[in-house]
Write a protein that binds this ligand. Sequence first.
Ligand SMILES: Cc1cc2nc3c(=O)[nH]c(=O)nc-3n(C[C@H](O)[C@H](O)[C@H](O)COP(=O)(O)O)c2cc1C
Length: 408
Amino acid sequence: MIDRPLTLPSGARLNNRIVKSAMSEALADARNDPTEGMIALYRRWGQSGAALLITGNTPVERNHLEHAANVVLDERSNLEKTRRLAVAAKSGGALALVQIAHSGRQTPAAINARPLSISDRALDLPGYGTPKIASEDALQAIIARFAATARLAREAGFDGVEVHGAHGYLLSSALSPRINTRKDRWGGSLVNRSRLLREVIRAVRAAGGADFVVAAKLNSSDFQKGGFTHEESIETARMLEREGVDLLEISGGTFETPVAYQHATQKQSTAAREAYFLDYARDIKRALGIPVMVTGGFRSAAVMRQALAEDATDLIGMGRPFILDPAFPRKLLAGDIAVTPAPERDFPPAEALPRGAVLNWFCHQLALQGTRGKADPDLPVIEGHDRYLDRIASSTAGLLAARAAAPC
Ligand SMILES: Cc1cc2nc3c(=O)[nH]c(=O)nc-3n(C[C@H](O)[C@H](O)[C@H](O)COP(=O)(O)O)c2cc1C
């Protein structure tokens, strides 16, 4: 079943069911354009056998980055480099989408100490600033920025975009009654809280055209008291389908509740640790006619096959296995391997590590793939964590220096 093709409502055809989910690469230069190493990595992923590649978080606006080394796609971007990125990603027959996002209150304070957000509710984590409430005009400008980035993605040769409506960034925070405390037409009822995401989708669809792939990534739940719930997620998914979304990717959590990247030790059972959002996705898929993709924890071909056979998902999204072995899908499709790389299974439990250590280890490995052409799986988790923090500190210093020289 994994090798069966799938046609999206807009007409784009995926050669099989394996998708590389978005992973923030931290491989942009100080002008937030793709580096040669990033282009080379996308060429390898493009030839991996995966049917669809989704780029990492690509902010639509330079003052609301997720971190300093994000690629940004706007009128100041080097479109030639972005074109080369699209060509590389598509070099083996995969489709390629740009994941477009606005970081909102999850923008690091070093980049913007007063980021725009849906409310003034600050992130409950160190390193983030005091949000400013986005006015009606500011929200309209943000919607227009998403549309402009989608247009540029199309111009650069990408097949479409994935609107990042998950993980606590601006569009996801607007969905949460815990964060979105507005009393105007952007807050209150679910119809109001989902307005920003829906209007972004509508504007992106209009900008890209009927044959442009418009995907959306949505939390199955924020897993946070008073946050966006599973029932609301199902209802929102229905609304997104009506807006012409081609493909809905299911994930979960926010920076404050980082459940998207779970890892488990050998002690836990395989069934429990694989595909941890599958039951949520199954409910959402039942409510929809469009294809659904679930991402998070898939590692063995047997579990992937079962999820497809049970019609719990249409596509298998994977992230971390692509970092360790950018060629694994071909091996899996050919039956040469039954399980993807899964180094996280050998890591100590999250409680025994500094916050974010496992994610940062993977971020460092991803950066190594882009700078040296190979990962270093034997690197201890703490060392990978520290090296990634150093990398981001140095990218931030480079970005701030470039901006001081030429303000954006
Ligand atoms: C290094 C790294 C960077 C990530 N960056 C993003 C991102 O930019 N956008 C996003 O939606 N998810 C991001 N994710 C989450 C992945 O898309 C995926 O949901 C998560 O890793 C779980 O899937 P997996 O178990 O197959 O890795 C990232 C994950 C990792 C490991």
